[in-house]
Design a binder for this molecule. Structure first.
Ligand code: SF4
Length: 233
């Protein structure tokens, strides 16, 4: 058996953020996060069990068992992809690898949401993930400053399968936007999804930020959090 992992919840919903907003996905949220953002509103606490279609499944769960339960409980062909999210999923690297491998072997598209903080883990999972959604965290939104780790992650990722999400607030200043421009500009990624913090931003500020990205060859899209409007999970 492969390494077991801790799962927070498994549920069907619509992707509410970024490039694939509106896609029907099966979400597998993992426990744990080592990133430590301020303003984090995600419950990634470790728990003894999670619910999968009202069935109580005990943690830790082996990837093969989780896949089997997913195939039994959901029509996996009716979803765009399985979204592995967190917390920070790459904190449970071996579990994510084996779980993703099993899904891919069954013809399921695998979508990973990550902070991009752990470039050394990329090699282990890059062949089993179809889409990388990288959440770039900035000080004005999350109280943390990105480091060389994130630069390395973005530089080594397949840009055709990846995009960046950036949560911006009214407090984002010119210097901070410049540092993100510099960060993404050095990578091959050319798509950026701007997400206003709490779905609220001054439109002229937003236009100014988008223009700066376009002028640097990066297509920036404005994408508020869809699930908050729809009041879904
Ligand atoms: S990476 Fe996400 S889950 Fe982890 S602390 Fe930051 S906002 Fe919260």
């Amino acid at each position: 058996m492969n390494k077991a992992g801790y799962v927070k919840e498994v549920f069907l919903s619509l992707q509410g953020e970024g490039k694939y907003a509106g896609a029907r996905q099966l979400f597998v949220r993992l426990c744990g996060c080592s990133v430590g953002c301020e303003n984090c509103d995600t419950d990634y606490s470790f728990s003894d069990f999670f619910l999968l279609n009202n069935e109580k499944v005990h943690n830790p769960v082996f990837p093969e068992i989780l896949c089997q339960k997913i195939y039994e409980n959901f029509d996996i062909k009716s979803v765009h992809s399985v979204a592995i999210t967190g917390g920070e999923p790459l904190d449970q690297l071996e579990f994510v690898r084996h779980f993703s491998e099993n899904l891919k072997n069954s013809g399921v598209n695998v979508f990973l949401e990550t902070s991009g903080f752990y470039p050394e883990k990329l090699q282990t999972i890059k062949n089993v993930i179809d889409i990388f959604s990288i959440d770039v965290k900035i000080n004005s939104s999350f109280g943390i400053t990105f480091s060389d780790n994130l630069k390395n992650f973005l530089s080594n990722i397949d840009s055709n399968r990846s995009y960046v999400k950036l949560v911006i607030s009214e407090c984002a200043d010119e210097a901070e936007i410049s540092s993100v421009l510099n960060l993404i500009g050095r990578s091959g990624i050319r798509e950026l999804y701007l997400q206003p913090l709490n779905n609220c931003i001054d439109i002229s500020k937003l236009e100014n930020i988008m223009l700066r990205f376009y002028n640097s060859g990066i297509k920036a899209f404005f994408m508020p959090q869809l699930h908050k409007f729809l009041e879904i999970k």
